[in-house]
Write a protein that binds this ligand. Structure first.
Ligand code: ATP
Length: 356
């Protein structure tokens, strides 16, 4: 079968290795028309390799890739990158130093006649807010402006798919937030399907319509950001979206009893060992002389405070717990507090190595 009747990108059961080392294992995912999908995961989990396979820079050992319904990799086919009509935006988005801004954007439009080329380049420069710099040289631009020109250059030929690999990691934090916001806006207005690699969960949550969380070459969960955050499939996905408290417990009567309360353990077997994962932002405190916890350290971080607690519940081993509170609340060190945990921010999974 050389076609699949749907637009966008389809990666179908793709595996790849480098010199016998499996780096991508049975990855399947779809980027729908105009959709932005992020591949999120730790360093070395196979994100960039998956992106390179979509680009045609690697031919996968197994599986197939379809672009706008056409087979581009697999079953003996390999369409090279230059014939896939994909646009790239990487961290080192180097513009051509010997061409001005307009020349850079016109570069990929050589199939158009000169007036059409200019018209398209100017239109896309307008889209990224860089019209006033059409005659400037790359070295005269700030990092953020260079990034906008690089985006314009990639979008100018109307690519079928945009591939972004950590495109903002070379920018400092303040600029990064702004460029990210602008880039998202431009991609969404242009309606192009986009696959983006990032290791930054906040960036993925901000940019993505859907996120594919990868671990050791596999997609472990794929879904909308809110879904992954509120219904993580396992402890790895839960801890991908920020620091997390982990308490050990054992299932009794369909629930686990911990120093900070009782949590339902659906799907786990009686007396099975479990890990209870609690997001720091799910822990709230009220001062109470007879509270079960004591504040060890309180860090005021501006918008939020991070509080280290020791929980001492009768008959249970003391536990160390982190709570993240609104920045207006920063309890004194040594204070005694009572804890409440939002059940929507607590997840019970089988302990490592125990199926469930
Ligand atoms: N050309 C190559 N030859 C051999 N091994 C490679 C090659 N490219 C990547 N690898 C290895 O494959 C694994 C997956 O790399 P990949 O770059 O896809 O991961 P990643 O999730 O994008 O991580 P990072 O964010 O660090 O780039 C890593 O162990 C990496 O060292």
């Amino acid at each position: 079968m050389n076609t699949m009747g749907t637009d966008g990108l389809i990666i179908d059961a793709v595996s790849h290795d480098y010199g016998g080392k499996d780096v991508v294992r049975e990855v399947s995912l779809r980027v729908g028309p105009g959709e932005l999908v992020c591949l999120l995961g730790p360093s070395g989990c196979g994100k960039t390799t998956t992106l390179r396979i979509a680009a045609g820079l690697e031919a996968p050992r197994k599986g197939r890739v379809f672009l706008d319904g056409r087979l581009v990799s697999g079953d003996g086919t390999h369409v090279p990158p230059e014939h896939r009509h994909v646009g790239f935006l990487f961290q080192d988005y180097a513009l051509f130093p010997h061409l001005d801004v307009l020349g850079n954007v016109e570069f990929g439009l050589d199939r158009l006649a000169r007036p059409a080329r200019r018209e398209r380049a100017l239109a896309v420069l307008e889209q990224v807010g860089m019209t006033a710099y059409a005659g400037a040289w790359p070295h005269q631009l700030s990092g953020g402006q260079q990034q906008r020109v690089a985006l314009a250059r990639a979008l100018a030929p109307h690519p079928r798919l945009m591939l972004l690999d950590e495109p903002f990691s070379g920018l400092d934090k303040r600029l990064r937030d702004q460029v990210r916001d602008e880039t998202l806006h431009v991609l969404k207005t242009s309606g192009v399907s986009t696959l983006m690699v990032t290791h930054d969960p906040e960036e993925a949550m901000f940019m993505a319509d859907r996120i594919a969380v990868m671990r050791a070459g596999r997609v472990v969960q794929m879904g909308e950001p809110a879904e992954l955050y509120s219904r993580p499939a396992d402890a790895f996905v839960a801890s991908t979206f920020g620091e997390i408290n982990m308490l050990a417990a054992r299932v009794a009567g369909g629930a686990v009893e911990t120093a900070v309360g009782r949590f339902a353990a659906p799907g786990l077997a009686e007396s099975q060992a479990a890990g209870v994962l609690i997001r720091p932002e799910g822990v709230s405190l009220t001062p109470a002389a007879d509270g079960e916890a004591v504040v060890l350290v309180s860090h005021h971080l501006g918008r939020s405070s991070l509080v280290h607690l020791r929980v001492e519940k009768d008959g249970m081993a003391p536990q160390h717990l982190h709570a993240r509170l609104p920045g207006t609340l920063c309890p004194a060190e040594g204070a005694r507090v009572r804890l409440a945990v939002d059940p929507a921010q607590a997840f019970v999974f089988p302990a490592n190595g125990e199926g469930g």
